[in-house]
Design a protein around this ligand. Sequence first.
Ligand SMILES: Cc1cc2nc3c(=O)[nH]c(=O)nc-3n(C[C@H](O)[C@H](O)[C@H](O)COP(=O)(O)O)c2cc1C
Length: 273
Amino acid sequence: MTTNSQSKMAARYGEPDASALLAWNDIIDQLLDHRSVRAFTAEPLPEGAVQTLIAAAQSASTSSNLQVWSVVAVQDADRKARLSSLAGNQAYIRQAPLFFVWLADLSRVTRVAEQQQAELEALPYLESLLLGTIDVSLAAQNAVVALESLGLGSVYIGAIRNDIEGVAKELGLPPHVYPVFGLCVGHPSRELPAKVKPRLPQSAVLHYETYSVDQEPEAIAEYDQRLGAFYQREGMKASGWSEQVVNRLSSVANLHGRERLVEQMLRMGFGLR
Ligand SMILES: Cc1cc2nc3c(=O)[nH]c(=O)nc-3n(C[C@H](O)[C@H](O)[C@H](O)COP(=O)(O)O)c2cc1C
């Protein structure tokens, strides 16, 4: 058990001498083994998988039990292809047998209020949008943990926000609903296995009592080196994390259309007060 914990920690932090964890079990073992899967076999999903994953998703906590999220399960090849075109042409959206589009959904509560002829004064605030976004993220991550426990793999697709109005049209979304991210789901390819990608040292993300950046420079320097070594082992360009961060965030062009989110959301009925 301890050996397993040590090897999983070594992979998670890209640090061969990482310490074993004292608190450990099979669930934590699986969580530390997560990797995004971007190559899938043609094998269909196990029977009932969708319902199981959604039961897991709905078991997540939800703010005030409002359950302001929904999900569209897309299996139709043509629709997956159109969604792929809307989301940076990522090939795995086409390849995966199942593509979930996770939605922050304030429309259901709007319909409930209409039934009662009530006005939802608190709805057009940024807080409501955050609420739906947070709830659907917790739900989706539960589904990811569940699918990995079934031997399936997945990758989130944030690029679904490149054109939220295009996606809304494709999926027939009513006002007050926006796609937060997609999720490709399928059996991981054995020929192109995904690897565990190292994360920042805990000293960069974990603060005790108050926030401190004292250990940050050292932690980031270590991580630059470890992530670079990981990419080199994988035969990819050996850039460090700092370089990636700046590349990703230094230009609005890298938002690929997401710089228009506020105006699109306003048109889709969200208030952002
Ligand atoms: C909300 C979200 C959106 C993401 N969008 C994409 C995406 O559009 N395309 C992609 O290939 N990976 C996407 N990813 C996967 C991340 O790149 C991946 O989680 C990260 O590099 C860490 O790798 P790992 O999941 O294998 O540990 C996304 C992840 C999250 C959480």
